[in-house]
Write a new protein. Structure first.
Ligand code: AMP
Ligand code: MG
Length: 512
């Protein structure tokens, strides 16, 4: 080890123009059990099939940063120190050791930003990079998914197939446009390599951009395989990275738990409101910072039914639409357990504290849900009424009884501000709107901002993926363009708003 840290004084690196990878690797300040250094394994013919130019721009990356050789893992960008993260998790209720079996973290990219910034306080976790005074940065994990085997691969090949990576790209970008916190997708490159699944498939690598990849499962890993000091290190790191406001508080680990519960309640309420079904809400697929992560067999519900399950592996409907809040709570209980050793030195007190925090979820979720659903019905939040919950639930029940399309029912209400099918309900709703004293223009504007005219319908996603597998990316590009502006209410969206033919039942596959 050198006696001093390089690159603490920043000058522009000769040969680089301003937009460029700006890597730091703070994850490596954690105890070694949390990761294993691992380079991507090279692929034969990396070729970009899709690049997210707006995202690249917002990260201040130039096209020269997005070469297929880099995004395919054949060349490392300057400053990258690749690693695979260790984590565990409860999969369908069963605890197991996992880890990045096919994903490799290149590092954290520091991107100039007007929004959050890395303060002096958090700076102790950045190595070899000091934030210039007065400048504001956001940092993002840059991860290559499908970049080859790691020590955590178990029997897997470390690779990913083209269609599931494009699926993650489509859905995560659609979620972003729907204003639901999510990891983003910067690119998909095909590898020129066949991978063997049930049949041979084209290999691909997805470049994932995330606020971080710290999962509930990362904490479970620390608690199960590390010492309490490891849990504390991870908690401190997480607080520094995501919750700087609580760094100096006395009960910071309790507050960490509280913040995570709050963010998950808000996230799941947004999923429910959009009709999004994650499909595999295992604890390793739940991000601590409250982003939606790990898009596998996820899908949006067409007909409203709380039992809706798309995932082929979810035989018992554990992760059905209507179960998602309960599952989030269950996962958060696992998170709370992993913190017990640092919540209080007396274990029964620690349990009491954790229990009390976890019990706040239901109320938080209910409030978040009400907030979202009121907006969908054009009810302004400055004028809430107790009975709004009945109004919402009654509509959902009617939708369920009549097998109505979830998104399109709200879309129709938005366009018409009345509903001819649900006459009695409509009368109550009209009265409710009347009582808040807003103009119909104001109500409609609110509803248009809360009710997407389009969502990534499964049949559309499948059609785009099939065309892409056959080398035609135009269908995908068009779909992405439509999904990037879900609240526009324009003519072009019409055909994308159509639900699938009745009776068509879609199954989604992990496709790993
Ligand atoms: P997921 O279902 O994507 O959340 O993945 C669950 C676990 O399986 C994670 O630890 C992944 O890294 C691992 N995994 C999934 N696919 C592969 C693969 N092809 N090779 C190695 N590990 C994999
Ligand atoms: Mg996962």
């Amino acid at each position: 080890m050198y006696k001093y840290a390089f690159n603490r004084i920043l000058v522009r690196n000769p040969g680089y123009t301003t937009p460029m990878w700006n890597f730091n690797n703070t994850y490596q300040t954690l105890p070694k059990l949390f990761y294993t250094p691992q380079n991507p394994t090279a692929v034969p013919r990396p070729q970009a099939v899709i690049l997210n130019k707006p995202l690249a721009e917002s990260l201040r990356l130039a096209e020269s940063d997005l070469q297929a050789e880099v995004l395919g893992g054949n060349q490392l960008p300057v400053g990258a120190q690749p690693l695979a993260q260790a984590y565990a998790g409860h999969q369908f209720g069963h605890f197991t050791m996992l880890g990045d079996g096919r994903a490799i973290l290149l590092g954290e990219h520091f991107s100039p930003s007007e929004k959050p910034f890395i303060s002096d306080k958090t700076d102790k976790f950045t190595r070899g990079f000091s934030v210039p005074t007065g400048e504001k940065y956001e940092k993002y994990d840059i991860q290559l998914k499908g970049a080859g085997p790691t020590v955590y691969s178990r029997n897997g090949d470390g690779r990913a197939a083209l269609a599931p990576m494009l699926r993650e790209y489509i859905i995560s970008e659609a979620m972003h446009a729907l204003e639901i916190p999510t990891t983003r997708s910067l690119a998909v490159v095909s590898t020129g390599e066949q991978i063997i699944r049930e049949k041979p498939l084209q290999g691909a690598v997805l470049t994932r951009v995330a606020a971080s990849h710290i999962r509930v499962g990362t904490f479970e890993f620390a608690a199960a395989f590390g010492e309490p000091s490891d849990v504390r290190s991870l908690a401190d790191y997480t607080i520094n990275r995501h919750f700087p406001a609580i760094i100096d508080t006395e009960n910071k680990y309790i507050l960490l738990l509280r913040e995570v519960v709050q963010r998950q309640a808000a996230l799941i309420a947004k999923w429910q409101s959009a009709g999004f079904i994650h499909g595999v809400m295992n604890t390793d697929n739940m991000s601590i910072c409250g982003e939606t992560i790990d898009y596998g067999p996820c899908a949006f519900m067409d007909v409203y039914s709380p039992d809706t399950v798309f995932s082929s592996i979810d035989k018992n409907g554990r992760y059905a639409y209507g179960n998602q809040p309960k599952i989030a709570l269950w996962n958060l209980a696992r998170f709370a357990e992993s913190l017990l050793s640092i919540l209080h030195k007396e274990s029964h007190k620690a349990t009491e504290i954790a229990q009390a925090e976890i019990e706040k979820f239901d109320r938080l979720f209910r409030n978040e849900r009400l907030k979202n659903m009121r907006g969908k019905l054009g009810i302004f939040s400055d004028n809430p009424e107790e009975e709004d919950e009945f109004l919402i639930d009654e509509l959902l029940q009617l939708m369920q009884d009549t097998a109505a399309d979830y998104t399109n029912t709200f879309r129709a209400l938005t366009l018409d501000l009345r509903h001819t099918e649900f006459l009695q309900w409509n009368e109550k709703w009209q009265n409710r709107l009347h009582r808040q004293g807003k103009t119909s223009g104001q109500v409609q504007a609110l509803m248009k901002s809360r009710n997407p005219a389009v969502i990534p319908r499964n049949h559309r996603v499948e059609a785009a993926l099939q065309a892409a597998e056959n080398g035609d990316f135009a269908v995908l590009q068009k779909l992405l363009q439509i999904l990037a502006a879900p609240y526009e209410y324009n003519q072009e969206q019409e055909q994308y708003a159509q639900p699938p033919d009745p009776g068509v039942c879609y199954k989604t596959y992990c496709g790993t």
